[in-house]
Design a protein around this ligand. Structure first.
Ligand code: CIR
Length: 292
């Protein structure tokens, strides 16, 4: 079996790139990184360790990056600096200035692991992984917003065209402003190949309609949970179809997924996810997903 490859969001997670937060997170100033009032680096590190245990227990092999003090506090959100395809990785370029160094970390991991790199997004283009959603294995939806721009979408489209992949760009709203993190994945988490948890009011309308046309079942996450969690109730990681990891404390969202047959495991993440604006999908870059 190949040790890489994924053009899906919810098939079984077999291999994943993660970065263990450490010295850089401890040194991070919340105001500079736009972290919220519940930020506490020591607790975030402990919560990340528990989350990583759950990922490992799901059966996924974790490729680890270590945080030894390079100053890249957000690099624990490994979903964003690269994208995986069935043919290899694409190295992205971050829209958040403080994160510009991260794609090189991913390029090195892939080179060391013998995973081909298909291309790289270059200035003035920017694309973050959190803005990319595989609708099916030949259709990639990309949110155009504060983090991902039109130049980036055009570059990504050219890199993926030889794979027969169509890239569709959708405008995101500004919502809480330029400094905040609103990715396309902030308003949708695929749960199976045809079911997703969504926050419809912030979804690009044309994207919402595309999913309905494709026969997706859209589960509307309770709006009170979305507001209370800074949107992190919605950011759930499938480790297999219908089997997800989610941030603890939002039972109504959990119940909505369970009512659709999902198995949901929660972990405490107030200091990690809610404070740092990134959930379980953001903390993981799937390297290998397969339908088993
Ligand atoms: N895919 C994601 O939604 N990633 C979350 C990234 C959070 C990080 N603090 C950021 O602002 O980029």
């Amino acid at each position: 079996m190949h040790a890489y490859g994924s053009q899906a969001m919810s098939t079984s997670l077999l291999r994943v790139l993660m970065r263990r937060p450490g010295a850089s997170l401890k040194a991070a100033k919340a105001a500079e990184w736009h972290y919220g009032p519940t930020f506490d680096a020591e607790r975030a590190i402990a919560q990340h360790a528990h989350f990583a245990d759950l990922v490992a227990q799901s059966g996924a092999e974790i490729l680890w990056l270590e945080d030894e003090g390079d100053g890249m506090a957000d690099a624990m959100f490994t979903h964003d600096p690269s994208l995986m395809t069935d043919q290899g990785a694409v190295i992205l370029r971050m829209g958040k200035r403080l994160r510009l160094g991260e794609p090189d970390l991913h390029a090195k991991v892939y080179e060391d692991a013998g995973i081909p790199i298909l291309g790289r997004i270059t200035a003035p283009g920017s694309v973050e992984g959190g803005d990319c959603v595989w609708v099916d294995d030949k259709t990639l939806a990309v949110g155009r917003g504060v983090r991902t721009n039109q130049a980036g979408i055009e570059q990504l489209s050219a890199i993926l065209a030889p794979l027969g992949v169509t890239v569709l760009g959708y405008d995101l709203p500004l919502w809480l402003g330029e400094e905040a993190c609103l990715h396309l994945m902030s308003v949708i988490s695929p749960l199976t190949e045809t079911m997703a948890l969504v926050h419809a009011p912030l979804m690009p309308a044309a994207f919402y309609l595309l999913l309905k046309e494709r026969g997706y079942t859209l589960i509307h996450a309770p709006e009170a949970d979305f507001a209370a969690s800074n949107g992190l109730n919605l950011n759930v990681l499938p480790t297999a179809p219908g089997k997800v990891l989610m941030v603890d404390g939002f039972p109504a969202t959990k119940a909505a997924m369970e009512a659709h047959g999902c198995t949901v495991t929660t972990f405490e993440a107030d200091a990690l996810c809610i404070a740092c604006e990134g959930g379980p999908t953001c903390l993981t870059r799937p390297v290998l997903r397969r339908a088993l």
